[in-house]
Design a protein around this ligand. Sequence first.
Ligand code: MN
Ligand code: MN
Length: 466
Amino acid sequence: MKLEFKNGWNVIDDAEKAKVFEFGEGYKTYLDEGKTERECVKTTVAMAEAAGFKNLNDVESLKTGDKVYAINKNKCIMLAVIGEKKVSEGVNIAGAHIDAPRLDLKQNPLFEDGDMAFFKTHYYGGIKKYQWAAIPLAIHGVVVLADGTKKEISVGDYDDDFTFVITDLLPHLGRNQMSKTGDKMLEGEQLTILLGSIPYEGEDDEETGLKKGEVKSKMLSILNEKYGICEEDFLSAELEIVPAFKAKDLGFDRSMIAAYGHDDRVCSYAALKAVLDIATPEKTAVCILTDKEEVGSMGNTGAKSYFMQLVLSELMEKTGEIPSDINRLRMLDKSFCLSADVSAAFDPKFSDVYDGQNCGRMNKGIAISKYTGSGGKSGSNDASAELMGLVRKIFNDNNVLWHTAELGKVDAGGGGTIAQFVANLGVNTIDCGVPMLSMHAPYEVVGKMDLYMSYKAFAAFYKDCK
Ligand code: MN
Ligand code: MN
């Protein structure tokens, strides 16, 4: 058969085109409600409960057709629909990540200079630092107070009446800056968030440390009034600086979506919707949305943690099976995983970094990557021909538009996903996901066709991977 990856808009009928646009609407809401991994977990729980899923902790025993979710330390979530076969006969996993590149506040972040107050930050994930200057920014996260109370903060976003910014140098004085390489134009320590400029008008206070005439003290007095937090409370906080952009349709034809955090909430949403919509599957369907992918999947909320194995063991236990070591290993060995993460879509103005016949493409559906990695597939999961063949057949049988993609030309760079960590457990794993433009930028771009086809891909996988 002739190899041809088709443009979805030339292939699908009007009824399905309407579904493509409709699917994009829900996704934009998901993005706007979840700008951090914690917020994505909350939104996911609300969607799951509305679809009849129960917290696994509240369930004594499970039977075919039951729907449950489990939360890992507020930053990672797993959902499952119990299939007709035993869990020990293997499960079908769609795995994506809900963390995204951003700036985190430093432990001791607040300072004053030049009659203005700022927060110091430490960036998270692979970013082009200069892209974060001169754009509206919001602060989202949690602060744990001295008495253990947790305060949630969400401020400066598009629907608020004020925002934050990292200032940049005026071009008139930028001669030296503009001659630097991109990674030095704005350095890590210069990613400071402008907070305010009015000096504190109250009297000096020994107890709180507030000082008359200090802008920093003014900021602390506002934070104390609004959230009850003092300077020491920043030591036990996770505050993330994220772009204050709203997800929006892109283009005259509204065929694309521009937003912060597509990587990897676009695959997360597609996988989540597929598991929420599923009828009782033959094999147990699992969706895991993990944290920490952008920094190596480490820690107790990343894909390298034992969380997924723990939940799978609980599924075995609550369906009446014994999750002994050998039973768990057998179960993992018979399981399949679509490691769902974004791929780079061909961008004509940077065509020199892509291999045109082996790269992600806008509107050509979900992109399957047999391998990722860099420097000779290092850090990659290299899926087998058999697995590639199985996935190809499932997608074709279900009219899922798909193509294959490598991130870029050989040795142009590279990147990894959670695939290798899932595959290390014995799970048959393959990478696939939505191709995107401007990956890791504050405002990324995906196509609605590719988002919808990814949803169809995960639904087909849950239904037909037996
Ligand atoms: Mn990713
Ligand atoms: Mn990424």
